[in-house]
Design a protein around this ligand. Structure first.
Ligand SMILES: C[S@@+](CC[C@H](N)C(=O)[O-])C[C@H]1O[C@@H](n2cnc3c(N)ncnc32)[C@H](O)[C@@H]1O
Length: 227
């Protein structure tokens, strides 16, 4: 869903104490931007941050970093987070504008990311040969491997059957072991589940939500990029 570019985007981001400009300058030093040293989790393609804000607010013992490539969407996300936290700005949540296709420029193993959330990424049509842009494509997964902690996890949700089917293959090819999977998250009883904007939209249309947790394992020596 497109949001109109808002005139207040840049002023809102500039005034936000938990929005990080120049994210690549913090590569390997993200933990030092937080008040408390505690587990770090990263959301990629956070959109308007509806579930991000709730998840971070309810889990003060985790430091969350949420990124998206679109600044005017992030301006809505910081507004949503401010509303969720009330008078005190979050100290365990940071937002930044990052293009995931170059995420290796922004995060390093020293950042200690132990979980990545990817919720309802653009499915990109396989027939149109756009599938390399998928946030779960092996090109991406190999970048995430480069900074994810050993044994780290990716939590992935989508309503899109074709993307989910392909992603199960991508995770296997990229040295991730699927440790939990459901094709109907809302009927599964899995908790906690923080419902994102798109999840609410699609579930409201009666669509079942696919969800999996993939854990990073050792990479097979002959692993190749998927064409
Ligand atoms: C369909 S929306 C889902 C938003 C949110 N996760 C949700 O579930 O409601 C996909 C989001 O991914 C972001 N996105 C797409 N490609 C990206 C990329 N290469 N790097 C960072 N964000 C990206 C888009 O800007 C958009 O906000």
């Amino acid at each position: 869903m497109r949001i109109r570019r808002k005139a207040w985007t840049e002023p809102a981001l500039a005034a936000c104490p938990f929005f990080v400009e120049k994210p690549s300058t913090h590569r390997g030093q993200w933990p030092s931007l937080f008040v408390k040293q505690q587990p770090v989790m990263l959301e990629i393609g956070c959109g308007k941050g509806v579930s991000t804000a709730q998840m971070a607010f309810e889990n003060p013992g985790v430091n969350f970093i949420a990124v998206d490539e679109v600044r005017h969407v992030l301006a809505v996300a910081v507004k949503n987070a401010s509303a969720a936290y009330g008078e005190q700005p979050p100290t365990n949540l940071l937002f930044s504008a990052v293009d995931a296709t170059r995420i290796h420029d922004t995060f390093a193993p020293e950042d200690g990311v132990e979980r990545i959330y990817i919720s309802f990424p653009n499915p990109w049509d396989e027939r149109a040969k756009h599938h390399k842009r998928r946030l779960t494509h092996p090109r991406q997964l190999m970048q995430y491997r480069a900074f994810l902690k050993p044994g780290g996890e990716i939590w992935f949700k989508t309503d899109n059957d074709a993307l989910f089917t392909a992603s199960k293959r991508y995770f296997g090819e990229s040295g991730f072991e699927i440790i939990y999977l459901t094709d109907d998250l809302h009927a599964s009883g899995f908790e906690p589940n923080y419902v994102s904007e798109h999840e609410r939209l699609y579930a409201g249309q009666g669509k079942a939500i696919h969800f999996l947790i993939a854990r990073m394992a050792d990479l097979a020596p002959d692993t190749q990029d998927t064409p």
